[in-house]
Design a protein around this ligand. Structure first.
Ligand code: AMP
Ligand code: ZN
Length: 116
C-alpha cells in the first residue's frame, strides 16, 4: 500500500492535522473543497480509511464506496445542484495525484464529454 498516516496528505486532512474547508462529515468520510476547483462546486469526498485508490477501497470496505457516492449527492444537493459529476481518478495516467482514494464532486456548470 502507498503512503499512510504521516506520509499521506489526505490522512493528515482527515485527522485534522492539516486544515481544509470541510463542508460535510460522516463517521466514514470527510468532504472538503478542492484547493484548485474545476467547477463552481468542487468537493473531494475522502474516506477516513486509507486506501490507495477507489478499487482498493472497494476491496477493503465496499460499503464505504457507496457512502462516498451518497455523501457526494448530498453535498451537491445541499448546494442547490440537481446534476453533479462524480470522478475517481485511478492511476497516474488517469490524473490521480493523491494516492488516498477520493471522489471528486463537480457541479454548477455544464460539462462536456469526453473529459480531457
Ligand atoms: P487527483 O488528481 O484525482 O488525485 O485529485 C487530487 C486533488 O486534490 C486535486 O484536484 C487537487 O487540487 C486537490 N488537492 C491537493 N491538495 C489539496 C489540499 N491540501 N486541500 C484540498 N485539495 C487539495
Ligand atoms: Zn491516506
Amino acid at each position: 500500500m502507498a503512503a499512510v498516516g504521516d506520509d499521506c496528505l489526505f490522512c493528515r486532512i482527515v485527522s485534522g492535522e492539516i486544515p481544509a474547508d470541510v463542508v460535510a462529515e460522516t463517521d466514514v468520510a470527510v468532504a472538503f473543497r478542492d484547493l484548485n476547483p474545476q467547477a463552481p462546486l468542487h468537493v473531494l469526498v475522502v474516506p477516513r480509511l486509507h486506501a490507495a485508490d477507489a478499487a482498493e477501497l472497494a476491496d477493503a470496505a465496499p460499503e464505504t464506496v457507496a457512502a462516498l457516492v451518497r455523501l457526494g449527492r448530498q453535498v451537491a444537493a445541499d448546494a442547490g445542484h440537481d446534476s453533479h459529476r462524480l470522478v475517481f481518478n485511478t492511476g497516474p495516467d488517469a490524473g490521480q495525484t493523491v494516492f488516498h482514494a477520493h471522489l471528486h464532486v463537480l457541479a454548477g456548470r455544464s460539462m462536456s464529454w469526453p473529459p480531457g
